[in-house]
Design a protein around this ligand. Sequence first.
Ligand code: ADP
Length: 477
Amino acid sequence: MVVEMHAGLASDGGSKLKMLLTFVDALPNGNEEGIYYSIDLGGTNFRVLRVEVGAGSVIINQKVEHQPIPEELTKGTTEDLFNFVALALKSFLEREDDQDVKRALGFTFSFPVRQNSVSSGSLIRWTKGFSIEDTVGKDVAQCLNDALARCGLNVRVTALVNDTVGTLALGHYYDEDTVAAVIIGSGTNACYIERTDAIIKCQGLLTNSGGMVSYFFCFICSQYDFFMKCLCEEKELWCSKCSIHQVVNMEWGNFWSSHLPRTLYDISLDDETQNRNDQQSQQGFEKMISGMYLGEIARLVLHRMAQESDVFGDAADSLSNPFILSTPFLAAIREDDSPDLSEVRRVLQEHLKIPDAPLKTRRLVVKVCDIVTRRAARLAAAGIVGILKKLGRDGSGGVASTSSSSGGRARGQQPRRTVVAIEGGLYQGYPVLREYLDEALVEILGEEVARSVTLRVTEDGSGIGAALLAAVHSSNS
Ligand code: ADP
């Protein structure tokens, strides 16, 4: 993971880890005050949020409204989708009696975006069932700003982020030792705070054909200085004095390495999902970890068992149906601690149409679900340790990167306190997965260092964090 992180930071396309720039170089620290709004588009739910904050990390009031996106809008036109989003915000503001005040808006948009600045970025591709051709390549913040203007709203996007960055922002708001955020829900992803000088792909000394160093105006302080120019996007330039750190969106769901233990079942899952909506990205790491896939991996194992043995008798036809075993059912099977595994019997009967599986078979099914869960949790833990190692916070004391110069630990020193904000339905809803993840962290880091690492759940972090980022960045953009 660390090797791939370096490669992704060195050049665009240098690794399957995209290591996307977010231009978020300041995070909320608890001093924010006022009322901020955010829109969260990209998960299972579309949400509008209003957050009222007071100094000292106090959230005075928060209001969240969930709304399903009509299926036809996910495949229609850009204008229709963004009009829908803007109108939802408008009616929310009307109910709050707040539509006349100028407001900064955080926009959580959890699809791969190439950012041009903290408040703008173009869509690389749609995922998760959305496919609106004419949005690809467009600035999605501008699309929303245009729709907000069409609705007559005095609101504009001041922070465009993905869900991991929102989660990190809320984590940091509560605790400044928060250095990374991880989402483990339907999909999985992570972001972390990187030193600007470690993001090689944005810094290469730009020389013209004559070999002269190029100078530019910094977009933050307006000083004339040399480079810190993003090579992938040429719109924003900043000098080294203005930007020491920046949040990097790893897009770790796409991580792959030959070291990963890929089984027959992972290959079958990949074959099944190749033609799904995520064609351009294999999302190999995600397929081993996230809620969208764990049930299906177990289903593939059980299907093979049914084909090669008679453990399920004659009644296992349903096991040939892809995605018939969802991850919450896999969890229910694994968490059944009744002596006769009655919950396992119920799931097999009601959802897999396998009646009368004997206790021995039910135990076998639990074991399969356990192994799939354990592997997912251990891989997620290894990913988290990868980030800690990159930051020099894994207790090894070694210099993992330029970013670790202050993080390494001399012999005898206490390990530095480190917080990782974490969110997602799978992590929050499945205690066994959490236990295995914690266990693996202790195993890899050792007890002493693991004690210095806190995984902190940030409920609704992606949306609230975006509102807080709107607060932080409203004066900059
Ligand atoms: P999203 O990632 O789509 O924004 P969530 O973070 O809520 O949404 O995650 C939803 C995913 O979490 C579902 O795909 C489901 O697989 C998984 N999940 C939710 N609740 C549970 C649970 N109790 N046990 C296991 N998995 C769960």
